[in-house]
Design a protein around this ligand. Structure first.
Ligand code: TK8
Length: 370
């Protein structure tokens, strides 16, 4: 596995500046977040909602856990479940502090902090992980996974294990697969029903080369940006739109700044529950097992709640005044054909053998499901 030490070095430096700019509480005081009209996003991540019968000053080990999404999202509820399990099973000897809404930084910065050992847990989408372990980019190929069950089968099998193991070289330990879900498009310009409708739209993408190339191929102007900057970018018109699963679109209040929603389902987005290797390695064996099982168990809860929200929030979004444009299977098929050369190019460039393994694992999971 290739280590991109140059990129990593530059990022460490930018992390130092970011932390220095945050003041002494380590919370990201980014103006973007306070300008955000969505009140959920500005709540303090370590307030009442994460109440605990235990006290960090009495714990031997303190886990600072940060995510990019807000405290309404199933990802945060899953993190609270992790906290509950770990604290009760260690009788408060391992204490978990929870931060949401990019309070500790964006996905990339938080992974950097895990490498440095200055933060213990984060749960990014796989897309930004590809900047650390390039094989992760293959998971983010558009229209790769036919459904969520098949995706989870593959991730909880040999493919997923290989990807989690590969994180160790990057000073991170992958404890479990969680789920963000199928990504859909919103924008403030036009209804998007077909591939042609992407033409000319400025779309914020995650910081991932495959996403960038795929949206280019569709004729859009992709603009990679950290999630924490997205709301303001849409509000100010820096970007016309973005793509995320429905739960994120609704729970982050994107309807305040977006007019159109299309169920493109263009890519399945997993989350990975990551722990700092430095931190994990110094935990006693029984605690290692407790955090591993807790990440798994909390993940099962997160996935269930997440799927429910992704399936149920469409009406609520429409009630907020967003126009829903249905994307037909034929239109999706056309989009998939247009971006297929991107998948082929990256498979070749990144790791053709591993890409083949992923394709066969998906086929096998599909056959087992039939
Ligand atoms: C949150 C991100 C987010 C992702 C994105 O930190 O950046 O759009 O979908 O959920 O991981």
């Amino acid at each position: 596995m290739k280590k991109s030490s140059l990129v990593t070095g530059a990022l460490s430096l930018s992390l130092v500046f970011t932390l220095a700019a945050c003041g002494d509480n380590g919370v990201n005081g980014d103006a973007d977040q306070t300008d955000n009209e969505n009140e959920n996003a500005s709540n303090n991540g370590n307030g009442e909602e994460a109440a605990s019968e235990y006290n960090s000053s009495e714990a031997t080990h303190v886990i600072e856990a940060g995510i990019g999404l807000n405290n309404q999202h199933p990802q945060y509820h899953g993190l609270l479940r992790f906290k509950e399990i770990v604290e009760s099973e260690t009788d408060g000897d391992v204490y978990v502090e929870t931060y949401h809404s990019s309070q500790l930084g964006d996905d990339r910065q938080m992974m950097e902090a895990l490498q440095l050992g200055s933060q213990e847990v984060t749960i990014p989408s796989t897309a930004p992980i590809a900047n650390f372990v390039e094989q992760y980019a293959i998971l983010d190929f558009p229209f790769l996974f036919p459904d969520e069950e098949i995706a989870m089968d593959v991730l909880n099998g040999d493919i997923g294990d290989q990807l989690l193991d590969a994180l160790e070289d990057q000073e991170m330990v992958g404890l479990a697969w969680w789920e963000n879900g199928y990504r859909d498009l919103t924008n403030s310009v036009q209804a998007v029903a077909t591939a042609e409708d992407f033409q000319g739209l400025t779309i914020r993408t995650m910081e991932n080369e495959v996403h960038l190339a795929a949206f280019q191929e569709l004729g859009a102007n992709p603009t990679p940006m950290a999630f924490g900057e997205l709301f303001t970018a849409m509000q100010q018109g820096t970007v016309d739109g973005q793509e995320n699963p429905l739960a994120t679109i609704y729970l982050e209040g994107f309807y305040e700044v977006q007019d159109h929603y299309s169920d493109t389902n263009h890519v399945y987005s997993p989350f990975v529950f990551l722990m700092s290797k430095q931190f994990y390695d110094q935990l006693p064996d029984d605690y290692q097992e407790i955090v591993r099982n807790a990440a798994q168990e909390a993940g099962e809860y997160q996935i269930e709640e997440n799927r429910k929200q992704n399936n149920e929030l469409l009406d609520a979004l429409v009630d907020e005044g967003v126009e829903y444009t249905e994307v037909t299977p034929e239109a999706r098929e056309e989009m998939a054909e247009i971006v297929q050369p991107v998948n082929e190019r990256f498979a070749e460039q990144i790791d053709p053998d591993f890409a083949e393994e992923v394709y066969s694992a998906i086929e096998e999971a599909q056959q087992n499901a039939e």
